[in-house]
Structures are given as structure tokens and as C-alpha cells.
Ligand binder design. Structure first.
Ligand code: C2E
Ligand code: CA
Ligand code: CA
Ligand code: CA
Length: 278
């Protein structure tokens, strides 16, 4: 018995070390890739009830020279733990702004707004407001084109501090969206006290919304709540026309999902939009 216990302990330690080594290697690779320019932004269109594309969400991709495309699920968590999310997140905001400015000359995409995901640790940096303000100023992007997405994780602590930051960037013209709404621990108090412009209905509620009465109840309630607080509603992970119709009948105003398009590189997005209207 003692022997088994000792063996199990060694196995656990070995696994921990292997995990540590793997994470360390991943972190090193991420640093190299950031310096080398292996990260990309993909864009997923957002569609309104008339079928118009009015905006996009920027989604980060890691184009690793040997391992190919790596999904953010694999590296965002580690980037947050190691602090790499700060330079990476700054690169995301800069690149998204530069893309908006580049699109301003193209009538097919000049009208688009851009949603950018902001991680909790990024938002909590004391100079976050200043950083975004500088990037916006230097890139000469119209701030009203920018929408920043926060998840509920950011919002549980220091609600006054959070509100102040949001208001500061809002005064510039930037708007705010609450991402993955309903999946975290935030209370309705958060919606009451923070100046959000948009609620994103999480894809976990959308997925089974035609079959699951509880998802239907939640989605209806979120839509009513958002509307009565004067926020716009967008559903993510919309994969079928039936889902879109159901959501629309409940008062949802905008949609994002594979029904329309996966996240794609900028050139593909322009081509896709041009082919829809042409
Ligand atoms: P998210 O912000 O909730 O983004 C939505 C995710 O759902 C994206 O995954 C998108 O590709 C995927 N998706 C879109 N439509 C559909 C659909 O119809 N069906 C299904 N099953 N999935 C759909 P992705 O691109 O892998 O990103 C995963 C997460 O990584 C994001 O979730 C976000 O939390 C994080 N992330 C991505 N880019 C960034 C970034 O630039 N900064 C930060 N901080 N996080 C990011
Ligand atoms: Ca998002
Ligand atoms: Ca989301
Ligand atoms: Ca999510």
C-alpha cells in the first residue's frame, strides 16, 4: 500500500512536471511568435434583421510556422496567466484599429463596426484607458466604430472602478458589449450599474434553443431584460435559419454564427460581403 502511494505520488509529480514543461514551451513559442508576427486577426460578420452586415468581431488566431493554426482556446488562458495577454491584447487593439482605417476607403466595408475582446487582466491594468485612447488617437480611427467586449469575469470586483473606466472610454465614443452573458457569476446589479450598450447571448443558450424549453426561457428573459435596459441584443453561435428566426421572433436584433460565416481573414470577409450585395 505504501508502495502504491509512493508510486502514485511519483506519477503525479511526473505529470505535473511534464505539464509545466509543456506550458513553458508554449509560453516560449508564444513570445517568439509575437515578435515574429505569427498572430492574425480573423473577422466574423454580424448581421441585422434586414440581412445587412453591420459589424465584425475580431478573433485572434495563432499561425504557428510548424504546428499550423492554433485556436485561442489553447493559448488565451496561458497568455493570461503569464501576462503575455498584455502585449498580445495591445497588438489586437492596434491591428483591429488599423484594419478599420484600411477599410474606410472601401465602400463594401467602410460602414462596419469592430468588436474587440478584452481580457480581464488587460482591462484591470491601471493604464488601460490611456492605452486605448492613445491607440485610437494614433490610428485616427473613429472611436464610434469600436466596440469592446468584456466577459462577466471582469465585473465581479470593484464595480465603481470598472464603471469609471467604461465611462471614460464611452466619452470618446467607444461602446461596450457584455460577452457570454449568463454563463458567469455576475448579478443583475452589474447590468444596472455598468454602461453596457449591448448584450451578447451566449452560444451555449443558442445551441439547443429550438428544443430546450429552459434555454428558451433564459433567452427570452435575457432579450426582455436587455431591451428594457435600452441595450441592443446580439446572439452568437447561430448555426441554422430556424434558430435565427426563433431569436428574431423573440426580439433579438443581431446575429453572429456559422449560418452566415466562420471567422475569416480580412480579404475573405471583403470578398464575402461584396458577393452578398453584388
Ligand atoms: P468568444 O469571444 O465567445 O468568441 C466566440 C467563439 O465562437 C469564437 O471562437 C468563434 O469562432 C466561435 N463561433 C462563432 N460562430 C460559431 C457558431 O456558429 N458555432 C460555434 N460552435 N462556434 C462559433 P474562437 O475564435 O475559437 O475564440 C474562442 C474564444 O477565445 C473567444 O470566445 C474569446 O473568449 C477568446 N478570444 C478570441 N480572440 C481573442 C482576443 O483577441 N482577445 C481575447 N482576450 N480573447 C480572445
Ligand atoms: Ca467575444
Ligand atoms: Ca462570446
Ligand atoms: Ca465564449
Amino acid at each position: 500500500n505504501n508502495v502504491t502511494a509512493v508510486i502514485s505520488l511519483f506519477v503525479v509529480l511526473a505529470l505535473m512536471q511534464a505539464d509545466f514543461a509543456a506550458r513553458h514551451a508554449l509560453e516560449r513559442e508564444m513570445r517568439k511568435s509575437l515578435a515574429r508576427g505569427d498572430f492574425r486577426l480573423y473577422y466574423q460578420p454580424q448581421i441585422d434583421n434586414s440581412g445587412n452586415v453591420f459589424g465584425v468581431e475580431a478573433l485572434l488566431r495563432w499561425q504557428h510556422p510548424q504546428q499550423g493554426m492554433i485556436s485561442p482556446q489553447t493559448f488565451i488562458g496561458l497568455a493570461e496567466e503569464t501576462g503575455l495577454i498584455l502585449p498580445l491584447g495591445e497588438w489586437v487593439i492596434k491591428t483591429a484599429c488599423a484594419q478599420l482605417v484600411a477599410w474606410a476607403d472601401n465602400p463594401a466595408v467602410a460602414h462596419l463596426t469592430m468588436s474587440v475582446n478584452i481580457s480581464a487582466s488587460q482591462f484591470r491594468q491601471p493604464d488601460f484607458v490611456q492605452l486605448v485612447t492613445e491607440i485610437v488617437r494614433r490610428s485616427a480611427v473613429r472611436p464610434a466604430k469600436l466596440k469592446l467586449e468584456l466577459t462577466e469575469g471582469v465585473l465581479v470586483r470593484d464595480i465603481d472602478g470598472v464603471a469609471n473606466r467604461m465611462h471614460a472610454l464611452r466619452r470618446l465614443g467607444i461602446s461596450w458589449s457584455i460577452d457570454d452573458f449568463g454563463t458567469g457569476f455576475s448579478s443583475l446589479n452589474v447590468l444596472k450599474r455598468l454602461p453596457f450598450d449591448q448584450i451578447k447571448i451566449d452560444q451555449t443558450f443558442v445551441r439547443d434553443v429550438l428544443r430546450d424549453e429552459r434555454d428558451q426561457g433564459i433567452v427570452r428573459a435575457v432579450i426582455d431584460l436587455g431591451r428594457s435596459l435600452g441595450m441592443t441584443l446580439i446572439a452568437e453561435g447561430v448555426e441554422t435559419e430556424e434558430q435565427r428566426e426563433w431569436l428574431g421572433a423573440c426580439g433579438c436584433e443581431a446575429y453572429q454564427g456559422y449560418l452566415f460565416s466562420k471567422p475569416v481573414p480580412a480579404d475573405d470577409l471583403v470578398a464575402w460581403i461584396s458577393s452578398r450585395s453584388g
